[in-house]
Every structure is written in C-alpha cells, then in structure tokens.
Design a protein around this ligand. Structure first.
Ligand SMILES: Cc1cc2nc3c(=O)[nH]c(=O)nc-3n(C[C@H](O)[C@H](O)[C@H](O)COP(=O)(O)O)c2cc1C
Length: 362
C-alpha cells in the first residue's frame, strides 16, 4: 500500500494492523556505526504504552520491540533496520458488533469506500496502535542525531485539554514527567484529572493541544520550496491519527501581530546572529535558523464515545452506535510521544540531506 513510508534519505516504512500478530517498521538510510539495540528504543515505547493511568485506554500491551536486521554487536551496519512489536492484547470480541456499521469520526467508512473491504478489528490499519511504530522509528532517529551531531533535544508536552490551557507563567518542564498528562503546569494537570474523570463517567471525550520542540539544531537544515523544514514537519504531525491542525512557531497567532512584532529581531551573537524572539518557530525560508524548532498540534476528541450516535450500516441503512470497547477519554495525552517521534524523524532526515548536499557532520 503506498503512503506507508516517510522521509527522503532517512526513511521509516510502517506495517501492521491493530489486531494482527504484530506491527513493525523498516528504517532505511541509517548511517553505519550508530550505537543501537532494543534498550535504546524500548524506553520511548514505554512512554507511549497504553494502560499506564486511568486516563488512557486499558488495552494491555507490553510493546516489546525486537530488532530483526541492520544491527551487529550493538551498532548499525548501514543496512535497513527492521523491527517488530507483537500485538499481545487483541480482544476482537470488543469490536465484533461494529464490523458492519460505520463508527462516526472513524476511518471505517472511508476505508470501505476506498478499498471495498477492511479489517474491522480494533480499527485495523487506522488504529493508533500504528503510532508505536513511529515512536520506535523516532528513537532510532534520535540515536542517529546523537551519533552524528549530539546535543539535539526533542521534547513535548500537553498544553490544553478541551478549552482549558496551561498557564505560561507556571510552565515547568520538570513537571512533565511527574503527572499522568505530560503537563508542564501541575495545577492544570490536577484540573484535567477531575475533568477527564467526569468526561469518562459521562461516556464522552475531549480534544487537546500538544506542543513539541527541538533544540540544539544547527542552522541550515531544510530545503527551500516544497521540502521546507516546516512543511515537512507539518506533514509529519498532520499524519498522526486524530490530528486536525498544526501550527509552527507563532502559528495562527502571527496573523494577529504587526510585522515589527512578529519578525524576530537580530543582534550579533557569539556564533552568528542572535534572535530576540522566536515567532518563526526556528525556520526562515524553510531552513532552520538554529533557534528551537517549535510546533503545536490540535488533536480531536476521541470518536469512540459511549453516547449513542446516528450512523449507517455497510448497506447504507440507518443505525445507532455507542462504543462498548476500551477507549481513551482524551487521545491527546498519548499523542505527545508520537509528536516527539515525528519531529525526530523530520530532523534526522533533513540532517542527512544537509550532510549529503552541503557536507559537514562526518
Ligand atoms: C495515541 C492515540 C490513541 C488513539 N486512541 C483512540 C481511541 O482509543 N479511540 C478512538 O476513537 N480514537 C483513537 N485515536 C484516534 C483514531 O485513531 C483516529 O481518530 C481514527 O483512526 C480516524 O482518523 P482521523 O481522526 O485521523 O481522521 C487515537 C489517536 C492517537 C494519536
């Protein structure tokens, strides 16, 4: 199936369905000699894993990654790095009642209209189970960045649940690992816990906004015109399940600024221009400035809700659907490690492209 591979020089090809035996990927373009084993990838998968708090789906998965190729004695060989993640908890019976009916907000209807058939178990290929592959690929990308460049840090957090946003003054990166929400504002995390308990009891769901950034990037990454760094990042983030909007830097807020407020003023710095602000989100003309690359993305509310909704059957007859299976009341939570992974893939790809065309970074 086309459309399952991402990147130009550093590529991730993903395969697998929610309830098949396994999901997995092939990462190609990895330079030789990059230190890599399962222990490099597993911690990233553990951050994305479901069932870690009452606020995420209770699907039980160990998400244990197995490397199949491209690695010898703890380092990459330069050949494709293939990996699998077995699906352990495949409770197909939870989903059997929706095989012939389209769940509103899901890809059931579009897969059927495109292919004429689909794997209905747990959403098949459209399930966010596939995002585990991206997270594993992102960990390999980070290993490449660490090996070639060093000092590139990609991190993300949840900044809004429903209409309730974090307070910028309370932002504390250290808090992100200390709550169930990847939230940088402990007070907001407490509010969200209460809100999501209520929403879950009501059988409903809420959307969210995720922030991701990469710092430690050199200036010069990104291609002008179609493969701009920000364009590739927008595509990468937009390709995550349930994402409905992406902003780079000041994003839609830039439309409300005057030119002199929005343009990031420069002064002479120790190693080239120093910027006084970062409304550009670290990109000018599609090329990194050396400032942090920053983006936000909006995640829609979980479509699987217990509240009955009108829909149609495969035979186009009226029906009603109320989801009985497991679901997250806010899938934005688990999208944080996925957003970080997609940013890592984009940065690693553009680092290799920059190295290929302009040299540098042995
Ligand atoms: C980490 C993650 C977990 C998700 N879990 C669920 C879920 O439990 N229930 C659900 O209805 N949608 C879930 N989704 C969203 C669906 O996969 C997605 O909405 C669906 O495939 C339709 O695709 P679209 O929303 O991108 O158009 C999740 C998304 C992400 C990123």
């Amino acid at each position: 199936m086309p459309g399952n591979r991402f990147g130009q020089l550093f590529t991730l090809e993903s395969f697998g369905e929610s309830h098949g035996p396994a999901i997995g990927g092939v990462v190609d373009g990895v330079p030789p000699g990059v230190p890599l084993d399962e222990g490099v990838i597993q911690p990233a998968l553990d951050r994305r894993r479901p069932g870690q708090s009452r606020h995420t789906t209770q699907r039980r998965e160990t998400d244990a990654v197995e490397l199949l190729s491209g690695v010898f004695e703890g380092a990459t060989t330069g050949t494709p790095v293939a990996f699998t993640i077995r699906n352990a908890d495949q409770r197909s019976r939870d989903y059997s009642d929706i095989a012939d009916r389209y769940r509103p907000g899901h890809a059931d209807v579009t897969y059927d209209r495109k292919y004429g058939r689909r794997d209905p178990r747990g959403g098949g290929r459209a399930s966010a189970r596939e995002t585990a592959v991206r997270v594993a690929g992102g960990a390999i990308a980070q290993a490449v960045l660490d090996h070639l460049l060093g000092g590139v840090r990609v991190r993300g957090c949840l900044v809004q649940v429903g209409g309730d946003a974090v307070s910028p003054e309370a932002w504390d990166w250290a808090a992100v690992a200390a709550n169930d929400f990847f939230c940088p504002d402990p007070a907001a995390a407490d509010r969200w816990a209460e809100t999501l308990d209520r929403v879950r009891r009501d059988g409903s769901s809420l959307g969210a906004v995720v922030y991701v950034e990469a710092d430690g990037l050199p200036a010069g990454l990104g291609e002008p015109v179609f493969d701009r760094l920000d364009a590739d990042l927008a595509k990468a983030l937009m390709s995550i399940n349930a994402v409905k909007g992406v902003e780079i830097g000041a994003g839609f807020g830039a439309a409300e600024l005057h030119g002199e407020e929005n343009a990031d003023a420069m002064t002479p710095g120790a190693a080239g221009p120093a910027f006084e602000s970062n409304n550009a989100g670290g990109v000018l003309g599609g090329i990194s400035t050396g400032q942090p690359l920053t983006a936000r993305f909006a995640v829609k509310p979980t479509s699987s809700v217990r509240i009955p909704q009108p829909s149609v059957t495969r035979d186009n007859e009226a029906t009603e659907i109320a989801t009985q299976g497991r679901h997250d009341p806010c899938v934005g939570l688990r999208a944080v490690p996925v957003g970080e992974a997609m940013m890592r893939l984009v940065v690693a790809d553009h680092l290799l492209r920059q190295r290929g065309q302009c040299g540098g970074w042995a």
